[in-house]
Ligand binder design. Structure first.
Ligand SMILES: [Zn+2]
Length: 295
């Protein structure tokens, strides 16, 4: 018993460190891909003075804390977002390592980790640039469908799949992609008629296709409504306090979140998709099943 606890603890620590390393790479991708730079070359360098960053100043978690958010080479302040992404990825991977210590299911571990990386990189890029690169949304949807044909456990609870079950799982993925994209497309179209301008981007529609391809139609529907709910819960308090501050200081409310302002929906969709995939799918699917059996 004590051996088991030791192993499971060790796995969780390893998961945390590996998550931090993947988070660090994610930060590089989120910075370089939108501006069309390679993510492999050149080596990590300071975005301010261009000096190469040696490995000991490029450690996940530690560097930001040790240098108190400052770059080692110049007066550049490293945004806290870098550290937060590493921490979030570390925590997710630690959780997945814990699950792996329970079920020893290497395949699930890889799918969980990849989907999480994909959702977080999309969230960061969309949050900062209002763009979701096709390689992640459409590319992710394509990868999700291929993986679903190959690994039916993504959509079905089986361990020795027959050829028919491989096909069935792939079809569930295609269905999830189509239902997710179509539903969000129509919500966007109705909203556009209602408010008279574009409400949702094409990137959001493709991203939801990707979420549906990995999670099935239940996950896609959950992501839309969960994302809208998260938006309300997260953004309303921000708007409230900004109003409060603006009314106190009488400053112009330029560049602040306002009613009908441009808020990227992608990060909220990605976060809700992640919640479904990492935790909520059991409960959400049960709810959908009870709903179906009433008809
Ligand atoms: Zn520098």
């Amino acid at each position: 018993m004590s051996d088991f606890y030791l192993n499971s603890n060790l796995l969780v620590y390893i998961g945390f460190i590996v998550g931090g390393v993947f988070g660090s790479f994610l930060n590089v991708c989120a910075y370089r891909i939108p501006i069309g730079k390679s993510v492999i070359t050149p080596k990590s360098h300071c975005p301010n003075c261009g000096v190469n960053i040696p490995w000991y100043r490029n450690l996940p978690f530690f560097t930001w804390i040790m240098q108190r958010g400052m770059a080692g080479c110049c007066s550049f302040k490293i945004p806290i977002r870098y550290w937060l992404v590493e921490l979030i990825m570390g925590l997710f991977f630690a959780y997945y390592a814990y699950l792996y210590s329970m079920d020893s299911d290497l395949f699930s571990l890889i799918i969980r980790a990849s989907f999480t990386w994909l959702m977080v990189v999309v969230a960061v890029i969309d949050f900062e640039t209002m763009i979701i690169p096709d390689r992640f949304s459409a590319g992710g949807a394509f990868a999700g469908i291929l993986l679903s044909f190959y690994f039916p456990a993504m959509h079905l609870e089986i361990y020795n799949p027959s050829p028919w079950e491989h096909f069935s799982s792939g079809m569930q993925s295609v269905l999830g992609m189509l239902i997710g994209s179509a539903l969000l497309y129509w919500i966007g179209a109705v909203a556009q008629i209602a408010i008279g301008r574009e409400a949702l981007g094409e990137g959001d529609v493709k991203l939801l296709g990707c979420i549906g391809a990995f999670c099935g139609w239940q996950g896609a529907i959950f992501a839309i409504f969960g994302g809208a709910l998260l938006g309300t819960v997260l953004i309303l308090p921000v708007m409230f306090f900004q109003r409060l501050k603006a009314s106190q200081s009488c400053e112009s409310s330029h560049s602040k979140i306002e009613w009908g302002g441009e808020i990227p929906f992608g990060p909220l969709l990605a976060l809700a998709g992640l919640i479904y995939h990492a935790y909520a799918s059991v409960y959400v699917d049960l709810w959908f099943n009870s709903f179906q059996s009433n008809f």
